[in-house]
Ligand binder design. Structure first.
Ligand code: 3PG
Ligand code: MG
Length: 397
């Protein structure tokens, strides 16, 4: 992170600070149902305000096609105010006279949230004229939205070309945690790659094989690997057309001296539903009318023993059908083991992407990991080894 400019280097006093945050939070009936992303950006907002900056929040919400009151940031701005315990003003537009006159009224330490940047299609196009209109509203640009950093949009990337640019505290923490886990980790490094489909995780598996010592494959993805090994998978979710790809991945792992961990036993049921009657089966012993819904007890023990000999863990995706009891057992027990090892100071554990946070929260383990990212797509692209435009723009020029 040393190559990034952070708030430590920024002269904030009396400055209009455009702060890109991720306010794309889950909402139900106008209420925020999970405020984690807001809690994460709170320190950046209060620090800038306390140092006498005028905090102007820029963010997107949803994927609107043009201006749509259902995707207004107004209720989210109210939630921000509640969490940081300070007033947050709101302007109905993110550019033009409405935004400018709201900003003109600001005093040092004030906080203002501008309306959804995606109400303009120019935002996603990173349109230079739109970037200029945003840039005209501020003196300094702070990006604190790691979870939107895979987008090269006007407010996530374009502004970095126009204004003095700094990483916010959450961006800084996120990039530091991820770098610690994958760029310069303490070895051995294990990765848990779970989820349903090999097809959506090919780049991720390829990059992880370059970077980690042990790749633990979970979720329905593992079924495709078991099939590639000639194991019976019954009516499990599987991608038969990717069997040769799975074989290539295993060959590549062998050639590189990497270990791939697959289930050695599984929990099977005849129906895909919570509490469906189930049994533990060996991996040679899955019947034609059964489907694999979780890893079995010997597999859990195996995974836990692998974690115990590693120093770093990167986790993406659940082991089994974790949204249905009792098929969440593998994920819960492996996550518990990772949390305990972390708390004992034996591993650094970083998790994120898609379902992962929900799975670790459900397992009651998220708080005890070293770092849990709030990013979905951005975390996955990082694991794929891609550079993120919103991070690249922060590198000191
Ligand atoms: C997210 O919620 O993953 C980020 O805010 C990015 O949103 P997007 O996928 O709509 O670009
Ligand atoms: Mg997304």
């Amino acid at each position: 992170m040393s190559q990034f400019r952070t708030l430590d280097q920024a002269d904030l006093k009396n400055k209009r600070v455009l702060v890109r945050v991720d306010l794309n939070v889950p909402m139900d009936n106008g209420k925020v149902t999970d405020a984690t992303r807001i809690e994460r950006i709170a320190p950046t907002i209060t620090e800038i305000a306390n140092k006498g900056g005028k905090v102007i929040l820029l963010a997107h919400f949803g994927r609107p096609k043009g201006r749509d009151p259902k995707e207004s940031l107004k209720p989210v701005a109210a939630a921000v105010a509640e969490i940081i315990k300070r007033p947050v003003a709101f302007a109905d537009d993110c550019i033009g006279d409405v935004a400018r006159s709201a900003i003109d009224k600001m005093k040092p330490g004030d906080i203002l949230c501008l309306e959804n940047t995606r109400f303009y299609k120019e935002e996603e196009k990173n349109d230079p004229a739109f970037v200029d209109k945003l840039a005209a509203l501020g003196d300094i640009y702070v990006n604190d939205a790691f979870s939107a950093a895979h987008r090269a949009h006007a407010s996530t990337e374009g502004l970095g070309h126009k204004l003095p640019t700094y990483a916010g505290r959450t961006m800084q923490a996120e990039v530091e945690a991820l770098s610690k886990a994958l760029e310069a980790p303490t070895r051995p490094v294990a990765a848990v790659a779970g989820g349903a489909k090999v097809s959506t995780k090919l780049d991720l598996l390829g990059n992880l094989l370059d970077k980690v010592d042990v790749l633990i494959i979970g979720g329905a993805m593992a079924n495709t690997f078991l099939l590639a090994l000639g194991k019976p998978v019954g009516k499990s979710l599987v991608e038969a057309d990717l069997v040769s790809t799975a074989r290539d991945i295993m060959d590549k792992a062998k050639a590189k001296g990497r270990e791939i961990v697959l289930p050695v036993d599984v929990v099977v049921a005849k129906e895909f539903k919570a509490h469906a009657p189930s049994r533990v089966a060996g991996i040679d012993d899955v019947a034609a009318d059964e489907m694999i819904l979780d890893i079995g007890p010997r597999s859990i023990e195996y995974v836990v023993s692998v974690l115990a000999r590693c120093k770093t863990l990167v986790w993406n995706g659940p082991f089994g059908a974790f949204e249905m009891e009792p098929f969440d057992t593998g994920t819960i027990e492996a996550a518990e083991a990772a949390a305990e090892l972390t708390q004992a100071g034996k591993i650094v554990s970083v998790a994120g992407g898609g379902d992962t946070v929900a799975a670790l929260n459900a397992a009651g383990a998220a708080d005890r990991f070293s770092y849990v990212s709030t990013a979905g797509g951005a975390f996955l692209e990082w694991l794929e080894g891609k550079s993120l435009p919103g991070v690249e723009i922060l590198r000191a020029k």
